[in-house]
Design a binder for this molecule. Sequence first.
Ligand code: FE2
Ligand code: FE2
Length: 318
Amino acid sequence: MLAQAVEQPIFSVEKLTPAHGSFMEAAGIVGASSAAIAMKSGSGEILGVLFAARKPTATYAAFTEQELGDLRHVASLISVSLEQRVMNENILWRLVHLVEMRDPSETGAHVKRVSATAVEIFDGWVQRRGMRAEDCQFLRNTLRVAARAHDVGKNGISDLILKKPAKLTQEEYDTMKHHTVLGAAHFPGSASHDEAAREVAMHHHERWDGCGYPGAASIENMSGDTQRLLNMKLPSTGIAGDDIPLFARMVAIADVFDALSSHRAYKEAWVPERVEQEMRNESGKAFDPELIDIFFERLDRIRAARARYPEQIATPRS
Ligand SMILES: [Fe+2]
Ligand SMILES: [Fe+2]
């Protein structure tokens, strides 16, 4: 029946039978009158199907023309909001690709590994709370995209700093810290993907003990859309503990783990034992202790997920 709805502007049935689709029986709506309306974007792309069913009574059987008109109206309202969401996600992916193009050999692989690691930590966090993985798919996808965009603010950092083949000076390092705020300024919207991407971009260098950054960032020295930056609510100091958004805490662990495990222009990749020791040492200092426990519980899976995105050449820092 849903397939038929895609073919026609509106598809209504006076009495549903199991022949209309196996889920009719499972949902206990055999015998109900129903209507299905395809929800389409402006360009005709199918975004979903609105399905309505009502048990027929002596007075009401099939949906009336008036009711079908109301359903059509509701479907068009939902289509607009669905299309908006698809557009927001597309824009976000374009931003992600933009930062990956800046240095596809390293930054691209880095953000993919960070995203894969953060999602593994999220899965462990969901499991610990006894939540159903199916119920958390939307959040999981939101984190996956937000983690891919965590370093998007590096677009606003000069190549002289971003690709410097040596350790940064203190002044250069301070400028590099601006990528957090610049990244957050890319996501001013209130949609959940935007909100998550903003929080992760802004706070992925915070530390559990409050000594991370951006802290009191000085906007005057930043390149980028000044007006948008001025409108942003910035933290006055590094935030600590549970005040750091959950997704940013997950990405912080994934980001440092990747930086330590990878070759960079200013350092060799650390051996796994040294990386693990450092991650353990930083539990409760840089990192959320519970998330570090989850990280170690799932380390084999994390290593397998990271292996899908090998780096070729190293240049920028995390
Ligand atoms: Fe970063
Ligand atoms: Fe990073």
